[in-house]
Design a protein around this ligand. Structure first.
Ligand SMILES: [Zn+2]
Length: 126
């Protein structure tokens, strides 16, 4: 199953009653104008991402990278709305317990699909 649609919710725009999608006229006040609310979770909040890198003076290589935010997923069936990703790579302190961090959360379900925190040194030797 691969559903990309979020279900719209209908409300009467006069009295605010939640309506069955099949009912066109409000049973409460007889109004025929409906208000449609779509819940597109995360669409506005997460469709932006951030990447920060720390460079050492003189050399063109970065020593610390932090990325955070919304990213599209290669598997659109599994993650139709993309993922929220946080990743930290700290090359300055590769022995630190949190020098490699990666956390991936599915936007649609809010389920954490990956949650790693380990020394970068150890991560590299895998
Ligand atoms: Zn109404």
């Amino acid at each position: 199953m691969c559903s990309k649609n979020s279900k719209p919710t209908y409300y009467c725009n006069k009295c605010g009653k939640k309506l069955n999608p099949k009912i066109k006229i409000c049973p409460c006040c007889g109004n025929d104008k409906r208000l449609v609310k779509m819940t597109v979770f995360g669409a506005l909040t997460f469709q932006s991402s951030f990447r920060g890198r720390k460079f050492l003076n003189g050399i063109g290589k970065w020593v610390k990278e932090v990325i955070s935010g919304w990213f599209p997923s290669g598997d659109t069936c599994k993650h139709p709305k993309g993922v929220e990703k946080i990743r930290v790579i700290d090359k300055e302190n590769p022995k630190n317990i949190d020098s490699y961090q990666e956390k991936i959360t599915d936007i649609k379900t809010g389920k954490i699909t990956r949650d790693i925190k380990e020394p970068l040194e150890k991560h590299r030797h895998k």
